[in-house]
Ligand binder design. Structure first.
Ligand code: DC
Length: 227
């Protein structure tokens, strides 16, 4: 039997990390974990309790309530991936709005939030056979991952992708506000004190501005086969 490995995929927002991670997990029969969904769910919780908005952030109150947050993933066979549940409610749709995207970087900069989520993520990956995507997977969550990828693409390419996704879902958004959100999140996620988004020394960088999904998949799958 081939030993299972850990695949860590980090990178900027909307670089197609989850698309490639899902495809790899399916091909390998591995579990896929979207850690961004977990930070988004904590953000939604904070929004629902009025703890965070564009003009305020009561991070101490959020810290005090962290123990009342339970995050679980449940596999949806129709979709082919696991959906995010916050305290028993399916929040998969709610966590993908632009409003959540605009607040999530504030919430994910809080160390106590990160500590809680990193522990859950490490528990999920303790038997390997996992593809996990996020910002600190190869640096903090699984520094010993056998395969580490760092995905990049131009801000314009990423904003176009995100804009098309949201419009397809019926959200009313402008391209300009999406681009602004992408650029702002890049900045906040890469400059925060705790676990900033940086490329691990041993990560392979993939710029997919001009790469299709099949080309990316073949390139990465060849790397995995070598391992
Ligand atoms: O992958 P995403 O765009 O859904 O992630 C949303 C935000 O969550 C991202 O802007 C930063 C934060 N995040 C993080 O800080 N660490 C992770 N491992 C994953 C996401």
């Amino acid at each position: 039997m081939i030993d299972k490995i850990t695949i860590a995929i980090d990178g900027f927002s909307s670089t197609g990390k989850s698309t490639i991670a899902k495809a790899l997990a399916k091909q390998l029969g591995y579990i896929y974990v979207d850690t961004g969904a977990m930070y988004r769910a904590v953000t939604l919780f904070a929004m629902n309790y009025g703890l965070v908005s564009s003009h305020n952030f009561d991070w101490k109150a959020l810290e005090n309530r962290l123990s009342s947050i339970t995050l679980t993933f449940k596999f949806n066979p129709d979709l082919g991936f696991a959906e995010m549940f916050l305290n028993g409610d399916n929040v998969e749709k709610e966590i993908r709005t632009l409003e959540v995207s605009q607040l999530v970087s504030k919430v994910s900069a809080i160390s106590s939030v990160r500590r809680k989520l990193v522990l859950v993520q490490q528990e999920m990956g303790k038997y390997k056979g996992i593809v996990m995507d996020g910002r600190d997977i190869g640096t903090v969550v699984f520094p010993d991952a056998e395969i580490k990828l760092f995905m990049t693409a131009s801000a314009d390419t990423r904003a176009q992708r995100r804009y098309k996704e949201l419009i397809a879902k019926g959200d009313v958004v402008s391209y300009e506000e999406i681009l602004q959100n992408v650029v702002e999140r890049d900045h906040l996620d890469s400059t925060r004190k705790d676990s900033p988004l940086i490329k691990a020394d041993d990560a392979i960088e993939i710029d997919n501005s001009d790469l299709g999904l099949k080309e990316q998949f073949d390139k990465i799958y060849a790397l995995i086969k070598k391992k």
